[in-house]
Design a protein around this ligand. Structure first.
Ligand code: C5P
Length: 346
């Protein structure tokens, strides 16, 4: 039997993680948020979201994979908020209108660690926005899409745009950067500590208020290079600059002091610059290939298991080798990419 919209098969979307290769904080805005200048790249590590029209009264969400906490299925989950916001924006303008668009049953296979600085929840929201439009046979123009995305969270417009980009303003000004040639390997290491993004920005505002001008310069330089053309080895050669080009580093050190010795220990173990994604706690290392990132993942997992790498927090360390994705559409279409191509070790 077909659902209320007439579709028989679920709409499936991949929802990639992101890394901030640079993150300059320009200053605090009157609305309390901060203006940023940040180079974002999507990764092949991704969640998978499937959506189907449902005859029941309300949207539902079933989560498998990495647990997202007790409130995962509640109305506070960004997937459910994205469905509700998209329905409001569509109004009666869907295939079966003029009434409101029908409820959706959503299934989320979670592979991206939660609250880790990898943008997983925001990416799920962007995937829900896009997928719901297809389920309903509805369209929103670019401006309306951006407005729904920005209302859901600062990182959502980046995921809605779909590729490496310079992100400015609160997160709503997106300039695509299409110059990356090749596929760099990325090692992700997420210690089991909770770092609250609002707490990090509050600590930043308390100690500094504005970013270090040198981070802004590094960010502008990388954005310009990634816009015009940059090979994998050139990107790896800039790892040291990128790893220190995050204005939130001092604030994260205040909110989560244990991350500082852990980052230092990881740097000693791998002999590479270690970056922090967003407000953390995920640390990243860039490699020329996915196989080198996978070897490094093995070393980190072994060192954590034998106790030679002391891990802060309680619980399992998340370690994954992944790659930078040139676009989200490429991820959707490539059987090679997605969670199956990534190696994760607890
Ligand atoms: O928009 P989002 O809910 O992801 O933001 C989480 C928190 O991060 C905000 O409440 C704010 O404290 C901080 N933030 C900020 N400036 C930004 C993005 C986030 O101050 N551009």
């Amino acid at each position: 039997m077909s659902g209320p919209s007439g579709r028989l098969t679920p709409v499936v979307r991949v929802a990639p993680a992101k890394l901030n290769l640079t993150l300059a904080v320009i200053g605090r805005r009157p609305d309390g948020f901060h203006d940023l200048h940040s180079v974002f790249v999507p990764l092949s590590l991704c969640d998978r979201l499937s959506l189907v029209a449902s005859a029941v009264a309300a949207d539902t969400l079933h989560v498998t994979g990495i647990p997202v906490g007790g409130r995962s299925g509640g109305g506070d989950n960004l997937v459910l908020r994205a469905l509700a916001a998209t329905r409001r924006a569509v109004g009666g303008g869907w295939a079966g209108g003029p009434g409101p668009a029908p409820a959706i049953a959503a299934r989320l296979d979670k592979r991206i660690p939660v609250a880790a600085g990898l943008g997983g929840g925001s990416s799920d929201a962007a995937a829900a926005l896009d997928g719901a439009l297809e389920v309903w046979g509805a369209q929103l123009d670019d401006q309306a899409r951006l407005s729904v995305a920005a209302g859901l969270g600062s990182d959502v417009p980046f995921f809605a745009a779909g590729g490496p980009a310079l992100v400015e303003g609160r997160g709503e000004r997106i300039t695509p950067l299409r110059g990356l040639r090749g596929t760099p390997g990325i090692l992700l290491v997420t210690p089991p500590v909770a770092v609250s993004t609002p707490d990090v920005f509050a600590a930043f505002a308390a100690i500094r208020g504005t970013g270090d001008g040198s981070v802004r310069l590094s960010s502008a330089h990388l954005a310009s290079e990634l816009g015009s053309g940059l090979g994998v080895n050139d990107l790896v050669a800039r790892a040291g600059v990128m790893a220190s080009a995050n204005d939130l580093l001092p604030a994260v050190a205040i909110v989560m002091p244990g991350l500082v010795p852990f980052r230092r220990a990881l740097s000693r173990l791998l002999q590479r610059p270690i970056g922090l994604s967003g407000s953390g706690p995920t640390l990243w290392v860039v490699y020329p290939s996915s196989s080198e990132a996978a070897q490094a993942a093995q070393r980190v997992s072994t060192a954590a298991a034998d106790g030679s790498l002391a891990v802060p927090g309680d619980g399992a360390l998340f370690v994954a080798a992944t790659t930078v994705a040139s676009s989200i559409i490429a991820l959707d279409r490539s059987p090679e990419s997605g969670p199956a191509a990534d190696t994760a070790a607890g």
